[in-house]
Design a protein around this ligand. Sequence first.
Ligand code: NAD
Ligand code: MG
Length: 402
Amino acid sequence: MSTATAYAKSLQSQPPRRISILGATGSIGRSTLDLIGRDPARYHVVALTGNRNAELLAAQAIAHNAELAVLADPSRYNELKAALAGTSIEAAAGDDALMEAVAHPVEWTMAAIVGSAGLRPTLEAVRQGTTVALANKECLVSAGDIFMQAVAKSGTQLLPVDSEHSAGFQAIDPKVSISIEKITLTASGGPFRTWTLEQMKDASPEDALKHPNWSMGQKLTIDSATLMNKGLELIEAYHLFPVEPEQLDVVIHPQSIVHCLVEYSDGSVIAQMSSPDMRTPIAYSLAWPERMWAPTERLDLAKIGSLTFESPDYERFPALRIAREALESDNGATTVLNAANEIAVDAFLGRRLGLLSICVLVAETMEAAVRAGLSKPKSLDEVLELDKRSRMLARSLLTELV
Ligand code: NAD
Ligand code: MG
């Protein structure tokens, strides 16, 4: 019997793995279900959650034979209930229902709710001690220390899903992590990589939503256009990997083939490469510590021809500098940064704020928060309180900017 056949047989004899997906209706959630749907016998879907899209969530729950479908928005409960009529799938809605869904015992949870709404449910999944595939960035950006303390306390296995961090996780040999000199995250540069400041001033949401390589949710696509996403990822990397902020770097790599480079003290650089398709890092987190087949385009380096790299332009993309300052100040500024950025992106999408003003609003909110006496939050409640205050501050500064 070949090794592959023996491996496939050994998997068949295992009971299906109990999994839940928080944020099932989003881009990451749908990609996760795409992978699971290709080998349904291996998975038992416990809970699927979404925000408001009852129709899609119900369709997903039916297609994947889930036990439970939960929407965060209680006003959509009746719609969800009606869509699930005649099935044995339980319907629920509201924040408490979401937390109860997380408490259902599973072996693996995909944490893919966007924004700070993902903080409580993801932290709860960590407290349950299940393996957590972490896509949500805010847990690390807004509440990094608290989140990582909870991970250490529960002994949960955290598997980063963000492509750069999945790449770093794959390239780091924990036995020699002391010898890491530098970790470099790559950034595609987004749709404005070659635009002048003058052109960027008038960029529309439609321009910003045209990402050259990746297909993602709206918020993240705008963050990729301002490079705030890479700033948030520096903060994520700091919490995930055994390095200091000054050991983290960013390089622009328009092809999005190399995702992260880990440099060791002997000069070796170990990098991970793959086509820009989130199903690779999701598959890695699903199969870890094994590997599974994923339906992604295989790399043909001869066809790609060249991989190019360039330094980021901090003048056109100040978000990188602002995020690094927030990380280094270690005073709660990353919580403020994240909250202000969510308000700014929302205003940009609603055409109330120009692209370049996103970073102006974020920087002004951070300055105002420091003047008001910023200190590092010590609990999730303090994070959520600071998040709320920062949003109010950003909203009031927004009215002065527009
Ligand atoms: P998305 O906007 O496509 O989906 C977000 C999901 O969260 C949806 O299921 C939505 O219904 C749910 N949601 C939104 N608001 C909610 C609320 N208030 N309460 C409960 N649920 C809510 O986003 P996405 O692109 O799938 O990204 C999900 C997370 O993964 C984000 O934090 C993002 O930064 C991160 N991430 C995404 C990618 C990517 O390629 N899409 C890559 C790396 C990291
Ligand atoms: Mg990323």
